[in-house]
Structure formats: structure tokens, C-alpha cells
Write a protein that binds this ligand. Structure first.
Ligand SMILES: Cc1ncc(COP(=O)(O)O)c(C=O)c1O
Length: 442
């Protein structure tokens, strides 16, 4: 299918005109179509055009759009109890918290619920500061942690996210993400001794003493910053991830993993950090947790959570019963349908096919990712990020009926985020479109 934007019929133009009239322009839309319904890997617009959706609402619908199990569980819950806030306890939040303690690594056994990734990031940082009594936080350059002011202060994926909001909350320092393809210390990927890790020691020597640091916050796979898998170094014994765990334990710093985008099977494991068997002290989750219902959570050890005493934080809607029903149903689908293994295997196949494509197109700098969190870095002849070409490719894919998003500082990486239960036929359809798109643009 080729969608011609000029010939879009009236329904879309009429709705977009009203959208422009009444909705704030701030949340930029990726595609000028108006969605009407969705199912599994597909989304339909109001004109009846069908698109293969490899964006999943920015990595949220991990079991596909409107999975029948989620629809049924939430419909049943709506009839019973929609909202009670913290006025009372309710059964589903207890069940969900219990379930989360089972699927998260190690001794993480106490949960706090709220509604969005950014809110959960705020909660994690407030908690870390409160229980440690330390003021400072270390984040990574290239990170994206959300849009609240505190999350914005931790976000350096693009200065665009920060401009106009200064002064941002203070006490935040950053070190480069261990991004091998663009190594911050000019080493050779996979052959280095993780010299980039030394930048943390430099930070401690030059800017901030480790005993004043409450937490280091890290995305186990860098999301908006470019779908980057952290460096392993030549020894490959779980590389940067294990080193950062050791450092935090030695220095009494809480290691916070932001699993908002990498969680709930996206990387082929329950959580991104499971790929290295590295356990955080605090984990932040959202997106895939409830298949599109607003829900987020932080999980930590009970001995730490108990120090964050009653009334120090809260949320009116956090742990809402309908969102809890959606989360429990989503987790159960991932378990019953064996979607962790499926994501792991399908992801490897997709990356192999894209790597084959890279042999024909020099504009593909790198194909990378884990499971079904896959990024393709587009470069120009000088090897520099080529956001213009990436945008042309995404436009070509769109015209052929495939939705993909970009990421990276220059919007030069396109990412594939299909549902974990994507079929082989859908994968082939998407890869065929990607091949056609490259043939056209190159
Ligand atoms: C790693 C990460 N953290 C936090 C957020 C913010 O989540 P939300 O948009 O739900 O506030 C995002 C959103 O993309 C994210 O990718």
C-alpha cells in the first residue's frame, strides 16, 4: 500500500484541522493520520487504511494492540471497581505487587505504583534521596527519563528537551553512556578494557564525591538516546553493567535501572538487566506493564522502601484497579504464550536480516539491540549521523504501510518495536517494506 498524503480524503483533513484548533501542539505527532482502531500488530486510520505498527505506541503494547485477554480483564474490572485511590486497599494492587516481586530480579520485593514513566522516575529519585540522606544523582548522557522537571533534569538525549525549562533541579551529574559504536573514549568496540567506565572515577575526582551520591540511574538499554546496548569490553564478563553494580555496592550508591522502555519482555527477558543478571536496588517500570493503561511502578527492597515512611509520597490514581487488571492480564499473556523466548528469537532473526541489508547499504552504520528492541543507525558518507536520510526512509516505510519511529540525538536511528507476539508473516512484511524503502531512498 502506498499512502498519498496529498490525496488524503476529507475525514482526516477535517479531524486534523480540529486537532490543530483545540489541541496543544507540544506533543509532536509522528504521522499525520488519525487512528480509529487497532488489533494485534495493525492499526487502522479513519479512512480505513491499515498500517503494520512496529511502534506499539512507543513500546507500550508489548502483547499487541487490544489483546483479548486485556480487553476481557479490564471490562470485567470496570463493572466491579474503577477507582478507590488510597482511601482503601484493593485486591488487584496486592496481587500485582506480589506478581512483580516474582518476575523482577533478586530481592526486589516492595512496590510503589503511580501512572507514568516520568512520575516513577521522580518517585525513584525522591525515594533514593530520602532513604540515603544523600543529595546527588548521576545519570548518563543520551538518557531519556521523561518530562517531569526532575526527569527532564536527568535527560540529556537532546538539549531540545531541556531548553526553556532552566533552572532545572540541581544535584545531577552525567557521564557518557557506554555507546560502543560512538565510543566516548575512542576505543575499539569489544576490544577495550571499558575505559569509558573510568569516566565515572574522573567524575568522582573532579566534580562530586561518591559518598554524596544517592543513586546512579541508568537505562539498561538506552531508549530514546538510540537503542544502545551497553559495552561489554574484551573480557565480556557482563562488562559495564557488572562493573557499575560493583561500584554502587562498594560506594553505598543505589543503582536505579530505568526499565520503562526495556521492561516486560521487550529485550527477550522480563527486564533488560536480566540479560546481564545484574540486579538494581531500585527498578522503574511503566509502558509495557499494562498494555496501554496508565500505570507505572518502582520496586525496591522492603528494607529500603520501609524507610520511605508513610505519607512521604503518593498518587491519586497510582495502582488503579482497572490498570492493575490490565497489568495482571498482560503479564499472564507473556507467560502463557512464551513471549520472552519468542521475542529473543525473532529479534535475533530480524537483526540478522537487517545486517544482511547493511551489506548492500553503506548508510546503515549499525544494526543493534536485544530481543525486539532493535535500532538501525543511519549515517552519511563521513560516518556521521544522518537524520535527514533516516526521516526519508521512515516516510517511505510509512507510504508502504509500515509505522516506525526514530530515536537518537539527531533522529538518525530508526527503531523496530513490534509486539512480542508478532507473527513470522508480519516480520516478513515489515522487512520487505524496509528493503523496498532502502531501494527507493538509496
Ligand atoms: C527510559 C524511559 N524512561 C522514562 C520515560 C518516560 O515515560 P512516560 O512518557 O510514561 O512519562 C520514557 C518514555 O519514553 C523512557 O523511554
Amino acid at each position: 500500500m502506498v499512502v498519498d498524503k496529498v490525496k488524503q480524503p476529507n475525514k482526516t483533513s477535517e479531524l486534523l484541522a480540529r486537532d490543530a484548533c483545540y489541541l496543544a501542539p507540544t506533543p509532536a505527532r509522528c504521522f499525520e493520520i488519525v487512528a480509529e482502531r487497532a488489533s494485534g500488530s495493525y492499526i487502522w486510520d479513519v479512512e480505513g487504511n491499515r498500517y503494520l505498527d512496529f511502534t506499539m505506541g512507543i513500546g507500550v503494547n508489548n502483547i499487541g494492540h487490544c489483546h483479548p485477554a486485556v480487553v476481557q480483564a479490564t471490562q470485567e474490572q470496570i463493572e466491579k471497581l474503577i477507582h478507590c485511590s488510597c482511601v482503601t486497599h484493593h485486591k488487584l494492587s496486592i496481587e500485582l505487587a506480589e506478581k512483580l516481586t516474582q518476575i523482577t530480579p533478586g530481592p526486589l520485593d516492595s512496590v510503589f505504583f503511580n501512572n507514568s514513566g516520568g512520575e516513577a522516575v521522580d518517585a525513584a529519585i525522591k525515594m533514593a534521596r530520602y532513604v540515603s540522606g544523600r543529595p546527588n544523582i548521576v545519570a548518563f548522557t543520551g538518557a531519556f527519563h521523561g518530562r517531569t522537571l526532575l526527569a527532564t533534569a536527568l535527560t540529556t538525549a537532546k538539549s531540545h528537551y531541556r531548553e526553556g525549562y532552566e533552572p532545572l533541579p540541581s544535584g545531577i551529574y552525567s557521564v557518557p553512556y557506554p555507546y560502543c559504536y560512538r565510543c566516548p573514549v575512542n576505543q575499539t568496540p569489544g576490544k577495550c578494557d571499558l575505559e569509558c567506565f573510568g569516566l565515572l572515577n574522573k567524575l568522582f575526582e573532579q566534580q562530586v564525591k561518591p559518598h554524596t551520591i544517592a543513586a546512579i540511574i541508568m537505562e539498561p538499554v538506552l531508549g530514546e538516546g538510540g537503542y544502545v546496548v551497553p559495552a561489554t569490553g574484551y573480557a565480556k564478563q557482563d562488562g559495564y553493567m557488572r562493573r557499575i553494580r560493583e561500584l554502587c555496592s562498594e560506594q553505598g550508591i543505589l543503582l536505579v535501572f530505568d526499565e520503562v522502555q526495556s521492561g516486560f519482555g521487550r529485550t527477550g527477558k522480563w527486564f533488560g538487566c536480566d540479560n546481564w543478571s545484574v540486579e538494581p536496588d531500585v527498578m522503574i517500570m511503566a509502558k509495557g506493564i499494562a498494555s496501554g493503561f496508565p500505570m507505572a511502578a518502582i520496586i525496591s527492597r522492603k528494607e529500603l522502601m520501609d524507610k520511605w515512611t508513610i505519607g512521604r509520597h503518593g498518587s491519586t490514581y497510582g495502582g488503579n484497579p482497572v490498570a492493575c487488571a490490565a497489568a495482571l492480564a498482560s503479564i499472564s499473556v507473556i507467560e502463557k504464550e512464551g513471549l520472552l523466548d519468542r521475542a529473543y528469537q525473532v529479534g535475533a532473526t530480524v537483526r540478522d536480516r537487517l545486517k544482511e541489508l547493511a551489506e548492500s547499504y553503506l548508510s546503515i552504520g549499525e544494526v543493534r539491540g536485544l530481543g525486539l528492541m532493535i535500532g538501525v543507525e543511519i549515517i552519511n558518507k563521513m560516518g556521521e549521523p544522518d537524520g535527514v536520510k533516516a526521516a526519508r526512509l521512515i516516510e517511505e516505510f510509512f507510504r508502504r504501510g509500515l509505522l516506525l519511529l526514530d530515536c537518537g540525538q539527531k533522529d538518525h536511528i530508526f527503531r523496530l518495536i513490534p509486539p512480542l507476539n508478532v507473527s513470522d508473516a508480519e516480520v516478513n512484511e515489515a522487512l520487505g517494506i524496509i528493503e523496498d524503502g532502502f531501494a527507493r531512498v538509496a
